[in-house]
Design a protein. Sequence first.
Length: 318
Amino acid sequence: MAQARELRRRIRSVQSTRQITKTMEMVATSKLKRAQDRVVGARPYAQALTQVIADLYAPDRAERFPLLRQPGAAGGKIRRVAVLLCTANRGLCGAFNANLIREARRRIADLEAQGAQVDLHLVGKKGVGFFKYSKRPIASQRVDIGDRPTAEHAQELIAPLIAQFESGALDAVDVVYARFNSAIATPPTVQRVLPVEPVRRSGGQAVESGAATTARPADRPSVDRPTADRPTADYILKPSADAILEQLLPLYVRNQIYRALVETAAGFYGAQRTAMKNATDNAGDMLDLLRRTYNRARQAQITQELAEIVGGAEALNG
């Protein structure tokens, strides 16, 4: 009888857990749709901005704008790099945050192996908690952005880094985030946002020169030079190309940070939905097993009681 009571208690506990995970799966599905809409909505502006800067880019202008300065282009050594890691504030999303942290640690190790000093900037409670526990120095941290990042949040994150890069205190800025390819494919990605690097074309495909990233070459945030296979746009520039670039380059870098934030938020909800669906399915399988075990135990108990009743009756009759 004690075993049956224990099984009933476990069945009620698993049912309660399954109800929670099912609810979380539904909430994550709802929030994923809105987060995915933000990702899709951010892409046309980013593509248009990239196209305009690509058409305005010229080697002589690259020497006049600090954001286009390439510290290691002429054999120089990259001395100091800022790494911005974007994680979620919450868990229950499988290995989503762990994969991002692992990618950031790998990138930091690679940079330090090259002799660069790394400043670590964190977004999200999970990243902050891990690196505080590991006693890693943190240059800055933000845990108030949440799952609805805005352009203002991106500006607050990147503005001090742009100022340090322009002054020469920083030689590069890398961002580690979850690239949102689909709800089930959100690979951790390293992307160099500063300096803004031009690309060359090889066989019609853009190939970035010098930026270490796990992003696909065609998706990298580099300025695309006009080439023979893509006609140069005919613009009437007012006031001038230099004045336009001076305004667009900071916007371009801020937009890359904004996209990293919204794609990480969408990736989190995709990972959480998948994790909660798996948990719900596992709870259902566990319930089936517990119910079968309980039914067998109950059947054995009833059989034993019947045998005892029959035996008692036979003893009275005998």
